[in-house]
Design a protein around this ligand. Structure first.
Ligand SMILES: Nc1ncnc2c1ncn2[C@@H]1O[C@H](COP(=O)(O)OP(=O)(O)OP(=O)(O)O)[C@@H](O)[C@H]1O
Ligand SMILES: [Mg+2]
Length: 241
């Protein structure tokens, strides 16, 4: 489902991704970990066609991305199949929760209003927010808004979901409700790549862990092989073994 081969990206004189190669199986959850500035977000943005790169290839959800500007590639096709959830949820404040979720399926997939609506109702139920359909995003907590953002991405039925530190903008009290949704998705077989500093979460959800540092893959393996927790369940206190 995901195959990255020798991906290299420069920013000015700096090499931010240096011959990165990795694979993600269908139904697998790949956790990207590693120090700040290591290139995790950049890699995720390359996977979604948000960034171009100078060398290597990316095969994802049946699409091939090659080096250079992606002028020739129909990125809207890629983004139908590859959904992304960011730190900041970026919901439309003037639209109700359900209209946020139905917007792209109606505009991009041309789903009839009723079908988009019933799909959205099902997804809001799945993330525990069925009763918030008519609310404006600004009246929801951060954790609730992030769950709406997840429902919105899922509404396109993407083959791959990308998450960039989905809980780092949230109070600790709201982190668990979002991570539980992601763990449920993992159990349901959704193929995902998740950038996270939370190693206890990675242990719960990830089938494969890739550690990036200074633009390179420095280690990869199963969560049990790569991650250990120093103390209790505090994800932030866990460290690479
Ligand atoms: N828009 C940008 N312009 C210039 N340099 C950038 C830009 N975004 C990222 N970088 C640089 O690219 C490198 C990789 O950054 P990236 O954001 O991918 O790291 P990260 O692993 O996601 O870090 P963090 O854990 O802090 O989110 C860093 O050296 C960073 O300074
Ligand atoms: Mg980042």
């Amino acid at each position: 489902m995901i195959e990255v081969e020798s991906l290299t990206k420069h920013r000015g004189a700096k090499t931010v991704l240096d011959r990165v190669s990795l694979r993600g199986a269908e139904g697998g959850v790949t956790a990207l970990v590693g120090p700040s500035g290591g290139g995790k977000s950049t890699l995720l943005r390359c996977l979604n066609g948000l960034e171009s790169f100078e060398a290597g290839t990316i095969d994802i959800a049946g699409h091939r991305l090659v080096a250079g500007p992606h002028g020739g590639l129909p990125l809207d096709h890629l983004r139908r199949d590859v959904g992304m959830v960011f730190q900041q949820f970026n919901l439309f404040p003037h639209l109700s929760v359900i209209d946020n979720v139905t917007l792209a399926p109606r505009a991009v997939l041309k789903l009839p209003a009723e079908e988009a609506r019933s799909r959205a109702v099902g997804l809001l139920d799945r993330v525990g927010l069925a009763s918030f359909a008519a609310a404006r995003p600004g009246t929801l907590s951060g954790g609730q808004q992030q769950r709406v953002a997840i429902a919105r991405a899922l509404a396109m039925r993407p083959r791959v979901m990308l998450f960039d530190e989905p809980t780092s903008a949230l109070d600790p009290s709201m982190t668990a409700e979002v991570l539980d949704v992601i763990v449920d998705l993992a159990r349901a077989g959704q193929t995902m790549v998740v950038v996270t500093h939370d190693h206890s979460f990675a242990k719960r959800a990830a089938t494969w862990v890739v550690e990036l540092a200074a633009g390179r893959v420095v280690r990869q393996g199963t969560a049990d092989e790569l991650l250990h927790e120093r103390r209790g369940s505090g994800g932030q206190e866990a460290a690479i073994a």
